[in-house]
Design a protein around this ligand. Structure first.
Ligand SMILES: [Zn+2]
Length: 224
């Protein structure tokens, strides 16, 4: 049996809800997958892809997975059209990694006053600790690339579908990022999926929603 659940994943400092959508089976051997969109508010492509997935699964979900999608993880940044949240903190530099540092590479990558200072990330860390996902997809936009932290056969299938390169190392350290926190330190394979910035939303739906679904089919093999 599959049960669909629309729920409150958390909220922002200003009280905006962060919504989650999940499809859960009572088959506990199914792998658990988390998909995040909109970690950076100025990267609408990832939000569009996450919403495209939700729309795709709205009436029909036939994957042997327990899937949770949080399409707008940073609703303040989304509404303000900024990378960070209303505190101007980059949520993908604020997670409690061993190498977290209060020194920002540039203002754009503001890690916050301390690790896990931002409430959005507290909800994310609590969820990860409680639910123990088997794989995480985080949907961003930048140079087209599949940045992998951990063993991710999903990336090969997505690369085939999109022509995107697979990059285990993006070339500079990312303390406080989800790839470092979940992928490297907590051994939860994490795919940071960089959709090409500024392609049309229509292209995101046509190319990347099916590509992610192909990846999810591979994630089914992570059965316990
Ligand atoms: Zn991003």
């Amino acid at each position: 049996m599959k049960a669909f659940n629309f729920f409150k994943f958390g909220h922002t400092a200003l009280g905006l809800p962060i919504h989650g959508y999940s499809w859960n089976s009572d088959n506990s051997s199914f792998a658990k997958v988390l998909i995040l969109g909109g970690v950076h508010g100025d990267e609408p492509e990832g939000i569009v892809a996450a919403k495209g997935l939700i729309e795709n699964f709205r009436n029909h979900f036939n994957l042997n997975l327990n899937l949770t999608i949080v399409p707008e993880f940073n609703p303040e940044g989304m509404l303000l059209k900024t990378r960070g949240n209303s505190n101007k903190v980059d949520l993908n530099r604020n997670l409690p990694t061993k190498d977290w540092s209060p020194i920002a590479a540039t203002e754009r990558y503001n890690p916050g006053p301390k690790a896990l200072s931002e409430i959005e990330n507290s909800f994310l860390v609590d969820w990860i600790k409680k639910e123990k996902p088997d794989v995480i997809y985080s949907l961003h936009s930048w140079k087209p690339m599949l940045n992998t932290n951990g063993d991710l056969p999903e990336a090969a299938v997505i690369a085939k579908h999109t022509g995107y390169i697979i990059e285990p190392d993006i070339g500079y350290p990312t303390p406080g990022s989800l790839g470092t926190y979940a992928g490297l330190e907590n051994k939860i394979p994490t795919l940071t999926y960089e959709i090409e910035r500024d392609i049309s939303f229509d292209q995101v739906i046509k190319i990347h929603v099916p590509a992610i679904i192909e990846g999810l089919k591979i994630s089914q093999n992570r059965k316990k």
